[in-house]
Every structure is written in C-alpha cells, then in structure tokens.
Design a protein around this ligand. Structure first.
Ligand SMILES: Cc1cc2nc3c(=O)[nH]c(=O)nc-3n(C[C@H](O)[C@H](O)[C@H](O)COP(=O)(O)OP(=O)(O)OC[C@H]3O[C@@H](n4cnc5c(N)ncnc54)[C@H](O)[C@@H]3O)c2cc1C
Length: 378
C-alpha cells in the first residue's frame, strides 16, 4: 500500500491546478481514471476567459485568475497561457434589458468594457445582422482572453512534478473507506493510504462522495455542445471576438485555428458519462448562427459535447466536508472551471492547510463562505 499526505482524485483542471499548489507543502499524488489529463470537461471547453458569466463570486474568482494566465509563475510556464481576444455580448431589441443588467454586473469587475452600436458591431464582425433584423447594441470587453487548455493542464502538471508530486493515469477509484485515521483508496491497480483525499472528480464528484459515505453536494451535470465549421473562403476571421448573445436561448461563436466554433448554449441534464453531441443541438447551433449572421453552415466537420457541473448556487465549491474527516471537496466548476482555476487552486490551498485567506481573493471580494461546502450541506 502506498502512503501519501494528499491524494487528489481527478485529472481535470480543478485537480491538477490545486495539486500543483498542494505539492509545495505536502506529499501529493494525483490519480486519473483516463489515460490523459483533461479527457472530460477540461478538454472539451470553449477555453475562453470573460466576465459575461456567473455572479459576483464567479467574477471575483475570474478576475483573481487573470494574471496567472497572462504572466504565469515560473514553475508553471515560461510562456503566457492565454492570448488577448475581445469578447462581444450582443442584444436584440427584445433583450436590451438583459444587456443593461449584464453591463452593470460586468462593470464591477472589468474596466475594459464599452457599449457599442450596430455600426461598431458590424465593423468588428462583418457577417453580423444588425438593426431591426438583428443586434441593436453590444458590450465590447477588450480584456477577454483565449485560454490554451492543453498548455494550462501541462503547465500545472509541470509545476506539480517540479514540487515532487506525481500523476498516475488509468486508475479509477473502485473503493474508498476511512479507517478511523486515514483514507484507504483502492483503484484495482494500487491501494493508497492518504491523510486527505481531494474530490476533484468533475461530473462524478457526487458519485465519489456516495462511494466514500459522504453527503453529496447536489451536483447537476449539464451537457453542452460545440460545433466547428469553416468560414467562407477568403474571409479573415482571426481578429473576430468571442461573440455571445446576452439571452440564454441564443448562441456563442469564436474563431479557433482557422475555423469558427459555435454553441447553442444547451443546458441538458445528463448523468456523468463520456457525453456525446446529439443531432438536435448540432442543428440548433448551426441554425442560431445562421439566424444571427449572414453565414451559412453547410458542413459541420467538428462537433463535441462536454459536461458543465453545477451546485444549487452555481458557485464552485472548495473545502472540507463537515461530515467526514479529511475529505476535501473541489467540485462544481460549472461553465467557468478553466477561467477560475488559478483562484480556486489558491482558495483550496488556503482552506486545506488552514492558512490565511489570500489577499488576491480578498481584493476581488471573494470570501471563503461563498465557496465552502457548508453553504450547501449545512
Ligand atoms: C462545451 C463547454 C464549454 C466550456 N467553456 C468554458 C470556457 O470557455 N471557459 C471556462 O473557464 N470553462 C468552460 N467550460 C467549463 C470547464 O470545462 C469546466 O468547468 C472544467 O473543465 C471542470 O474541470 P474539472 O477538473 O472539475 O472536471 P473534468 O475536467 O471533467 O475532470 C474530472 C476528472 O475526474 C476524473 N474522475 C472522475 N471520477 C474518477 C474516479 N472515481 N477516479 C479517478 N478519476 C476520476 C475524470 O476522468 C475526469 O478526468 C466549458 C465546458 C463545456 C462542456
């Protein structure tokens, strides 16, 4: 049986970014059921950093994460983990109220936003339908960032290993019990004894808790679909922003490696699984793009789906379970797990080692009680 101080379960962005911090202070091992980091949600996202999503706690975590992507710590990466790319949030006449509300919320965290009108929006995205036919106003945020998910995962893995930590692939938790002093975890490949287990199992986090006899958080995994299609030949899309409707029944679209990616922003409940795109949402994505622009989506060469897992208040959770010793939650990253990962790792480190609440989080108004599991489980 291998003995460690901290066993992190789950090799998505949540697990690996927190493990990289834990390893500086304690012997840390991360286990992942799949054969690579980011096989599930973390490798299937739109990889964008913006303030058009979540509440104040989420926006605070996002703001506190920005410098990590732009100027990462030396033990993580020698190059930036993101590239500057504007975000443009658009409204029709009917959704102007939502635009106004969003602008007020974003202004609390971003001083990089301006209101733009139909002509400005068409200059930025020439295919966008504007006026009576389409978008009447928008919020342009030049502080957006296109993240590099693979680079981000690998940078955290590098920092983890540099600090003496280890990652093991192909090991899923089959049994987990507390023997009164330590957690005994069996993966079928190896048995581990750990003082602390960190539940960073993404969509499976509640299932893992139930296996361990711990009260679940009430996590809901929601499927989201992305399609990739080619722009008309000769059209340079490289400077286009991340474009998102302010209403939830719209779409988002962004350029990526010469293609356009688009999502109908679907929120379909799903059990935790290797989720696949459904024909309906693929068609809906194409239809919504065609409705709002002059683009025609005749072929969809790329499509995928992933799970975004939320607790009731939609704020990510970090902290020890109140009903089990040494069982640490790191779950419910929703649709912002990449863009909040540096701040969540920092928060997790402070809570796990019972250290002072970091100034970087305090500066953006993020408080421990907003993310601790007690707010959900009592
Ligand atoms: C379509 C889509 C678009 C998105 N866009 C964005 C975006 O633009 N910006 C952003 O910040 N976020 C975005 N997100 C959200 C982001 O991807 C997630 O919040 C984030 O990836 C969650 O990370 P995680 O580590 O919690 O989960 P995961 O990446 O799913 O990792 C959990 C890991 O735990 C492993 N595991 C589970 N159970 C066990 C077990 N018993 N034993 C061992 N291993 C186990 C799994 O194999 C998995 O690899 C998007 C998500 C989707 C689906």
């Amino acid at each position: 049986m291998k003995s460690v101080d901290i066993l992190v379960i789950g090799g998505g962005i949540a697990g690996v970014s927190a493990a990289a911090r834990f390893a500086r202070q304690a012997q840390t091992l991360l286990i992942e059921r799949e054969s690579a980091l980011g096989y599930h949600s973390s490798g299937r996202s739109a990889t964008f950093f913006h303030f058009g999503i979540g509440d104040d706690a989420v926006r605070g975590l996002t703001a506190a994460s920005r410098s990590f992507f732009v100027d990462p710590p030396a033990d993580h990466s020698d190059v930036p983990l993101s590239q500057a790319k504007p975000a443009l949030f658009i409204a029709t006449r009917e959704t102007m109220g939502e635009l106004e509300a969003l602008e007020a919320e974003m202004r609390r965290f971003a001083d990089t936003i301006t209101r733009v009108g139909p002509d400005d929006m068409q200059a930025i995205v020439p295919v966008l339908k504007v006026g009576n036919d389409g978008a009447v106003a928008g919020i342009l945020d030049v502080g957006g960032q296109k993240l590099d998910a693979d680079l981000l995962l690998q940078a955290n893995a590098r920092a983890l290993r540099r600090a003496g930590g280890e990652i093991r692939f192909g090991e899923g938790v089959a049994a987990i019990v507390h023997d009164g002093a330590r957690w005994i975890v069996d993966t079928g490949v190896e048995r581990y004894s750990a003082g602390i287990v960190v539940n960073a199992a993404g969509a499976w986090a509640d299932e893992l808790a139930l296996l361990a006899g711990v009260r679940p958080l009430g996590l809901t995994p929601l499927r989201r679909t992305i399609i990739g299609f080619d722009p008309p030949s000769g059209l340079d899309i490289s400077g286009w922003p991340f474009l998102k409707t302010v209403s939830d029944d719209g779409f988002y679209m962004l350029p990526d490696a010469g293609r356009l990616l688009a999502s109908p922003m679907d929120v379909t409940p799903s059990p935790p699984c290797d989720v696949q795109p459904e024909d309906y949402e693929v068609a809906l994505a194409a239809w919504r793009v065609e409705e709002a622009t002059n683009l025609s989506v005749s072929r969809v060469p790329v499509k995928w789906a992933g799970l975004r897992s939320f607790v009731a208040d939609k704020v990510p959770t970090a902290g020890f379970a109140s009903d089990a010793p040494g069982f640490f939650w790191l779950a419910g990253q929703g649709g912002y797990g990449l863009q909040t990962s540096p701040a969540m790792a920092l928060a997790a480190e402070a809570l796990l080692f019972d250290q002072a609440w970091p100034d970087e989080l305090r500066a953006y108004g993020v408080r421990p009680e907003q993310i601790r599991p007690e707010r959900l489980t009592g």
